[in-house]
Design a protein around this ligand. Structure first.
Ligand code: PAF
Length: 291
C-alpha cells in the first residue's frame, strides 16, 4: 500500500493507473476508521480496480475550533486496517499540502439550495468546507467513482450536486448506514460518549423510526410530528437540534407521493449525533394534505 502526502504525487499515481486502464474507486474519510468506513472500502474494491482512501481532518468544515482540535486522529491504526483490506493507496496530506496559502486564502466551492437548512443552519460554513475539500480531493485522486455513507445524507446530496454542477467525471455512490446491534449509526464521534450516554444514544434512531411509523400511518401534521419527536428526544436526555421530514431528493418539504427522509441531530453531553431514515412516500390519506 502506497502512502502519499503530496497532491502531485497522488495525481501522478492516479494518472498512471488510469493510463493502464484501471478504474479508481475512492473513499474520502477523516480517519478514525470504523466498520462504516471499512464497508465502503470493501464495496470500493468491488466497484474499482484500485482503491484509494484519503485521511484528512479538514479544518475548513469545522465550525467549532475545539471540535476540530479534539477530533480523533488514529493514523497508524487506520493505515493497518486499510492495508489488511488491500487498499492500493492512502492519500494523507497535512493542512499545508491541502491549503498551501492558508485555509482562509483558498478558493471556495458553494453549493446553493441544499446547504442552508438542517446541518447547514446548525453548522455555518460546514458545507462550503466539505464542498471545497471534496473538490480538491477529487482533483488529487482523479477517481472514476467515489463512495460516501448515507449517514451524512445531506452531505451525500451536496456532493452529488457538486459533481453534476461542475461536470466532474466521477460517479458519486451512496451506501446504507452501518449500525451497531442496538441501532446506533456508526460514527467516529460515538467514541466520545460516556457509558450512560452510549446506552441512551440508540434513542435517536428509535425516534426516527417512530416518526417513520407515524408518517406511513398517514400523519399529515408535520409540525406536530416533528415537535413530538423533539420532545421524545429531550425526555430521553438529548438536547435535540432538529427532527425534520423532507423530500428525499431535494430536502425541501415532502411532496405527497414522493419518497421522504426523516433527518435528526441531537447532542448527548459533549457529542453531537446525526442520523436519518428513508420513510417512503406518504400514505394516500396524507396525499395533498402535508402541512
Ligand atoms: O464525511 C466525511 O468524513 C467528510 O465530510 C469528508 C467527506 C471526508 C470531507 O472531509
Amino acid at each position: 500500500m502506497r502512502i502519499f502526502d503530496a497532491v502531485r504525487d497522488m495525481q501522478l499515481q492516479s494518472l498512471s493507473w488510469r493510463a493502464a486502464g484501471w478504474r479508481i474507486a475512492f473513499v474520502p474519510t477523516m480517519g478514525n476508521l470504523h466498520e462504516g468506513h471499512l464497508s465502503l472500502v470493501r464495496e470500493a474494491a468491488r466497484r474499482g480496480d484500485r482503491v484509494v482512501v484519503s485521511i484528512f481532518v479538514n479544518p475548513l468544515q469545522f465550525n467549532d475550533a475545539t471540535d476540530y482540535r479534539h477530533y480523533p486522529r488514529t493514523f497508524d491504526q487506520d493505515r493497518q486496517q486499510l492495508a489488511a483490506l488491500g487498499v492500493a493507496a492512502v492519500f494523507a496530506p497535512d493542512e499545508t499540502a491541502m491549503y498551501p496559502q492558508g485555509r482562509e486564502a483558498v478558493t471556495r466551492v458553494e453549493v446553493p439550495q441544499l446547504t442552508s437548512e438542517l446541518e447547514g443552519a446548525h453548522r455555518p460554513g460546514h458545507f462550503t468546507g466539505v464542498a471545497t475539500v471534496v473538490t480538491k480531493l477529487f482533483q488529487a485522486v482523479l477517481p472514476d467513482i467515489a463512495l460516501f455513507g448515507e449517514k451524512d445524507y445531506q452531505q451525500l446530496l451536496v456532493v452529488r450536486k457538486l459533481g453534476a454542477d461542475l461536470n466532474m467525471p466521477v460517479e458519486v455512490a451512496g451506501l446504507p448506514t452501518c449500525r451497531e446491534a442496538d441501532g446506533l449509526a456508526m460514527s467516529s464521534r460515538n467514541g466520545g460518549l460516556k457509558p450512560a450516554e452510549r446506552r441512551q444514544a440508540p434513542e435517536l434512531y428509535a425516534t426516527l423510526q417512530w416518526v417513520g411509523q407515524q408518517w406511513r400511518a398517514g400523519e399529515t401534521d408535520l409540525s406536530a410530528l416533528e415537535a413530538a419527536a423533539m420532545a421524545r428526544l429531550a425526555d430521553a436526555g438529548f438536547a435535540p437540534e432538529y427532527v425534520s421530514v423532507r423530500d428525499a431528493t431535494t430536502l425541501r418539504p415532502p411532496r405527497a407521493g414522493a419518497p421522504a427522509v426523516v433527518l435528526g441531530a441531537a447532542r448527548l453531553g459533549e457529542v453531537r449525533l446525526i442520523d436519518n431514515l428513508r420513510i417512503g412516500a406518504s400514505q394516500p390519506q396524507g396525499a395533498g394534505a402535508v402541512k
